[in-house]
Ligand binder design. Structure first.
Ligand code: TYM
Length: 329
């Protein structure tokens, strides 16, 4: 029997996780853990690439872990761990800084350009180098598949390039991973501006539906979400991007097909559609938060410690192999 494929993915404990993170990433993971060997990390060393309040960061690490669990990641099946608990990640990232990564690669990263904006000279080196740490995360575990939202595909491409270059120089060492994104829902857009991605670091949280928003707050956000001109419910990404986004959210959280939703809403107005969507979102959040609230901080600590032990065993073997290849052992 061929060995089971390995899945690796992670989320930064920065800001409030939203339905974009859930639909684009976590909900894919939940499906995949049935058929694959899965490893999911709370990537805290990625979060410090921008300023974090230490107390807040500590809380967010626990919060993100609870979100994984409440969403249905099963710690018996999948490995869940905190990135900073395994120093092999940062060590391999350093080695990749020296072998496999070119300045030109990092200069191409669109997320760095977006996040640094006009301040490119004054943002941290970590923010610039972050895709290399991400490559280390992925490549340490012989990962086959990386389920992410669309905004991370370019970073996975870089991980592939780094792996290829390293293998060319030192012989077959790293598996070449592949990103997997959802056909629908790989890029959930802001509720108030359908040209902008829904982002957990957005200062205006009315753009986002957070997984821990009070359901009635979420209802108001949906009712205030922008719609497009016209009045007919149709899925048209180019001419009705706001509605297309709402239809996608409805389909994903309500387990419906977009085509079917459009048909069922024919002749109805945006207002009625949004009321239904708000009901779907409220139900989803109530169910989700019920599960979330049952998980204790102590459960999280135990699960992260178990995960660390399982992940570190794999990571150490790969790192030791790399140390030997480059000549420090
Ligand atoms: P992060 O923390 O920004 O986002 C976590 C995951 O959520 C997806 N996502 C979205 N999907 C759909 N619509 C959206 N609006 C949306 N916003 C975010 C992201 O694509 C991501 O899958 N660098 C990564 C974390 C990371 C990682 C890794 C991922 C570190 N190491 C190794 C995979 C493998 C990040 O900042 O994601």
């Amino acid at each position: 029997m061929p060995a089971q494929k390995i899945i690796f993915s992670g989320i930064q404990p920065s800001g409030r996780l939203n339905i974009g993170n859930y639909i684009g990433a976590i909900s894919q993971w939940v499906e995949m853990q049935k058929n694959y060997n899965c490893i999911f990390s709370v990537v805290d060393y990625h979060a410090i690439t921008v300023k974090q309040d230490p107390e807040e960061l500590r809380k967010r690490i626990i919060e993100v872990t609870k979100i994984y669990l409440a969403a249905g990641i099963d710690p018996e099946k999948s490995v869940i761990f905190q990135q900073s608990a395994i120093p092999a990640h940062t060590e391999l990232a350093w080695i990749f800084n020296c072998y496999g990564t070119h300045i030109a690669d990092l200069n191409k990263m669109t997320q760095f350009k977006d996040k640094s904006g006009k301040n490119q000279e004054s943002v941290s080196v970590g923010l610039y180098d972050y895709p290399v740490l991400m490559a280390a995360d992925i490549l340490l575990y012989d990962t086959d598949i990386v389920p992410v939202g669309e905004d991370q595909v370019q970073h996975v491409e870089l991980a592939r390039d780094i792996a290829r270059r390293f293998n060319n120089e030192f012989g077959e060492t790293f598996k070449i991973p592949q990103s997997v994104i959802r056909k629908e829902g790989a890029r959930i857009m802001s509720l108030l501006d359908p040209a902008k991605k829904m982002s957990k670091s957005d200062v205006n949280q009315n753009n986002c539906l957070a997984l821990l928003d009070a359901p009635e707050v979420a209802r108001k956000k949906i009712m205030r979400a922008v719609t497009d001109s016209g009045s007919e419910i149709s899925y048209d990404l180019k001419n009705k991007p706001a509605l297309a986004n709402l239809l996608t959210i409805y389909a994903q959280l309500g387990n419906r097909e977009i085509k079917r939703l459009v048909k069922d809403n024919s002749g109805r107005g945006y207002g009625d559609f949004k009321k239904d969507l708000a009901d779907v979102v409220v139900k989803f959040l109530e169910d989700f938060q019920k599960k979330y609230n049952k998980i204790s901080d102590n459960d999280v600590k135990t699960i992260l410690e178990n995960g660390r032990q399982r992940a570190e065993e794999i990571a150490q073997v790969k790192l030791e192999q790399v140390r030997k290849l480059i000549g420090v052992r």
